[in-house]
Design a protein. Structure first.
Length: 214
């Protein structure tokens, strides 16, 4: 399975079709993905207990604590090696801000704190670089809400038949390419138990220092 492998990206989970005419809810994801996360993390604890585990399976606010409890029960828990990746919120905030301000997205940096579900996602547009003086309070509120509802927007665009697969693949590619596999220090945003997004200096042995968040 993953014997001897260091970084492990946990993206497994099911895409559940709409039920009775409604779109997918977080509770639907939890009821399905919680057991998947639990079983896979049990296997990780057994076969590669020293792996850096990055959980992207939603709802991340809930699946990361489940993973933590599995590792604690197995005696392999290390808070510096378990992460819930919320970088997708940063990708969305940067993209929406860049489009609104006509700035190349590659030049934009938007800190995002909080959690990874709805109003728990808090993009700090007041700390964005490059800073724009042309955005009104209404613009900031609209950008914040769109960032918070970004996942729902994608699901609705796909008529409930899929989620943000391409942007998810892009952030996973960046995570693996720049992070522990290369052994270089880099910056990413995570949700760590009990659900607080932080920006870390990230090295080959896991998180090394908190840069943003608490």
């Amino acid at each position: 399975m993953c014997i001897g492998y260091d970084p492990l990206i946990h993206r497994f989970g099911l895409v559940i079709p709409p039920r009775s005419g409604r779109f997918l809810m977080w509770s639907d994801l939890f009821n399905t993905n919680a057991d998947i996360v639990k079983s896979l993390c049990a296997a990780v604890a057994k076969y590669c207990p020293d792996a850096l585990v990055n959980v992207i399976s939603n709802p991340v606010n809930s699946t990361v604590p489940i993973a933590a409890e599995v590792f604690k029960k197995a005696g392999t828990f290390d808070e510096n090696k378990l992460f819930g990746v919320t970088t997708l919120d940063v990708v969305r905030a940067k993209t929406f801000y860049a489009a609104k301000t006509n700035v190349p997205v590659a030049e934009v940096n938007v800190p995002v704190v909080g959690g990874h579900a709805g109003i728990t996602i808090l993009p700090l547009f007041s700390q964005t670089t490059p800073k724009s003086n042309n955005l009104s309070d209404e613009d900031i509120q609209a950008l914040t809400k769109r960032t918070q509802d970004g996942g729902t927007e994608v699901v609705q665009a796909k008529a409930g038949k899929g989620s943000a697969t391409l942007s998810m693949a892009d952030l996973i590619s960046n995570l693996v390419g720049l992070g522990p596999l290369s052994g270089r220090i880099c910056f990413f945003d995570y949700v760590c138990p009990p659900s607080s997004t932080r920006r870390y200096v990230f090295g080959p042995m896991g998180s090394m220092n908190v840069i943003l968040g608490s």
